[in-house]
Design a protein around this ligand. Sequence first.
Ligand SMILES: Nc1ncnc2c1ncn2[C@@H]1O[C@H](COP(=O)(O)OP(=O)(O)O)[C@@H](O)[C@H]1O
Ligand SMILES: [Mg+2]
Length: 416
Amino acid sequence: MARAPKSGQMTASDWSALRYEIIETFTPGTPINESDLFTGRAQTLRDLQDTVAEKGRHAIIFGDRGVGKTSVANIFHKPLHTETKPICAIRVNGDSSTDFDNLWRRVFRRIKTTTDDQTWWMDEAHPNKITPDDVVIALGNFQTFQVPIIILDEFDKIIDPACRTLVAETIKALSDDAVNCTVIIVGVATSVSELIREHASIPRALKQVPMLPMEKGEIEDLITRRIRRLRMSLSSGALWRIGFFSAGLPFYAHSLGKHAALKAVAEETRQVEEGHVLEAMRACMEDVDYSVRESYARATLKSYRQGNIYPQVLAAAALTERDAIGQFGAADCAAPLSAIMRAPYKTTAFSWHLKEMAEPGRGSVLNKFEHKKTYRFSFRDPFMQPYIIMQSLADGYLTDQILKTFSVQFQRTLSI
Ligand SMILES: Nc1ncnc2c1ncn2[C@@H]1O[C@H](COP(=O)(O)OP(=O)(O)O)[C@@H](O)[C@H]1O
Ligand SMILES: [Mg+2]
């Protein structure tokens, strides 16, 4: 790697080239497609690679939106590719209009078949509606030295229940016939049965691959690798901040890393400091989906009722220690809320605020569960909690002091 010129020796065009490189290197909106840029998830990658090696096995990758499912599906097979055993990976996305026929037609449109002197796309050989049996026969046509992998991404978006059932039947048939092809289903879900109800009939055929948020060390590695690649450096405070704000979601790490590095470059320095990360918060919040910003605005809307402390209650909720399934009780908010309000707050003074924020009128930012005559809550969208922390800091509801006091507990929650 070329030695980086000292900051003082950089010309204006060096700085703009570096800006461009930063924008290319951090990809908050795009799944990873290059092994070099992919961080962590070693066990998940191994599990998926083993699935490909085992005849008759397929896999289902499930987890929250934005945890990195598509990136894993794009990357895991790359190290398996050799000249003698080439990988043929095809990824298609489901959507609300997908049925079994057009799902597999999308796959077949990407498979070229050659016989004698003729070449055609596989969908051309299926003028009629595609059935599970057609899929089993077509996928059985790959040469034995090839390693075909079919990735059905965004499976949760498929509304048609018949399509999901037929995909389960197809996997069973592919497995029974030990067809040389691996199918990977990918979708947003907290359990496999949300994506495929019939999974119980094919437990051995379908490897379950849950995707949790990334670990703190993985997020830090994601950032440091990119900063090093840019021949820049990062203070330990800046790294802590990005790791903390990201809450295991690589989207936030990319967005904060990008904007903080751009802030540093704007000051003509290659060293990213904690202050740059704090300055980057606003731009990062603008990168977040509109739906998250809108729900936050609704949840915290001013009302003329007494005690409009919605933003503070939400900030307190974002600082709570959560249980293994990401839930918290109203009582858990009492300590952070008292710190935020600088006065002791009893649970009864704000528990109805939490309940209201689980209603559409307040953006449904929370899920509400009844548990032994009390309520437990969780954030409906995993992107919400880091957003609340940043927004509350920016608006002054949260101070850095409070954040640091509760961050120890909070980090523990993340490493569950
Ligand atoms: N292992 C990883 N290393 C680095 N960046 C990642 C990794 N996994 C995901 N990302 C980044 O996180 C964001 C969300 O990833 P994506 O694969 O699209 O998630 P999902 O499919 O679960 O919604 C993207 O910006 C992507 O670049
Ligand atoms: Mg995805």
